[in-house]
Design a protein around this ligand. Structure first.
Ligand code: SF4
Length: 268
């Protein structure tokens, strides 16, 4: 058992559902998906974001990813060796009635897989949440753990794959198995969403499929697609350490995307 860096409570790694981890949506009775058919059935049956988040957070349908996320939670990285790791799938974070949906890729092994919250506790998240704060879309510029007080009224952040994959590369079969979770999330939030921001080319393809687009236009940073559903899709390079380090993506470029997204979504 190790102590959570913020709350002072102790947990095993990975964290058992319903053991009091901040923001844990599940309990020990939450149904567990153990294969692709289970994922599809539970996702289809979810009638609320709370129910969906809980089911996602205990999913065990991809054996390779379950092993990887739990191994990482046991072995850890030296800088976090004194912390418990979440070590479970990461549900979407933010408003249940968002006007702006941000679609990423997959949790980072020592970021969201450690903290249990999307983009929290890694370099990509440092850049993303700082930009969201500059745009007035979240209440604070940092996102370090699931008890740090971060909140939003207008946005939601989701991913097409919910478990940290080895080498940041889920297999096509794992992506397909996980897809019904995001489909269900979209079904539940779509009535409120005006704008989707896709972080990278893969997220762009996923977002086009979700929102009824045709595969065109192609992804590019700053590209805006007006979709038949009335939703606007904005492309943004992923705020990965590599993109930020090489200058392919700068804080100013992120600011421009979120300024446009906020305006298009009608967020004051
Ligand atoms: S990647 Fe998705 S489907 Fe696979 S185990 Fe994780 S949450 Fe379940």
């Amino acid at each position: 058992m190790l102590m959570h860096p913020n709350t002072g409570r102790s947990y095993p790694s990975p964290v058992p559902p319903g053991s009091g981890w901040p923001g844990d949506p599940a309990t020990s009775r939450t149904p567990v998906a153990t294969d692709a058919a289970n994922v599809a059935a539970l996702a289809y049956a979810a009638t609320s974001i709370a129910e969906l988040d809980a089911a996602i957070s205990v999913c065990r349908a991809c054996p390779r990813l379950v092993t990887w996320r739990e191994d990482v939670a046991l072995v850890k990285r030296r800088a976090f060796a004194d912390q418990p790791y979440w070590g479970r799938p990461v549900p979407g974070w933010g408003s249940e009635r968002p006007r702006l949906l941000i679609v990423g890729l997959a949790p980072a092994a020592h970021g969201a897989n450690r903290t249990g919250r999307m983009f929290t506790g890694d370099r990509s998240g440092d850049q993303l949440y700082a930009a969201l704060h500059r745009a007035g879309l979240v209440n604070q510029p940092t996102s370090v753990d699931a008890a740090d007080g971060l909140c939003t009224r207008d946005i939601r952040i989701a991913a097409p794959v919910r478990c940290a994959p080895p080498a940041n590369a889920p297999t096509p079969a794992e992506r397909d198995t996980c897809a019904p979770w995001l489909d269900a999330e979209w079904r539940l939030v779509a009535p409120h969403v005006r704008v989707v921001v896709a972080l990278g080319g893969f997220a762009w393809q996923i977002a086009l499929r979700l929102t009824g687009g045709t595969g065109k236009p192609k992804f590019g940073h700053g590209v805006v697609a007006e979709l038949p559903s009335g939703v606007r899709l904005l492309g943004c390079y992923h705020p990965s350490q590599q993109n930020m380090f090489t200058g392919r993506l700068t804080p100013a470029m992120l600011d421009e995307v979120f300024r446009d997204a906020k305006k298009l979504a009608g967020i004051k």
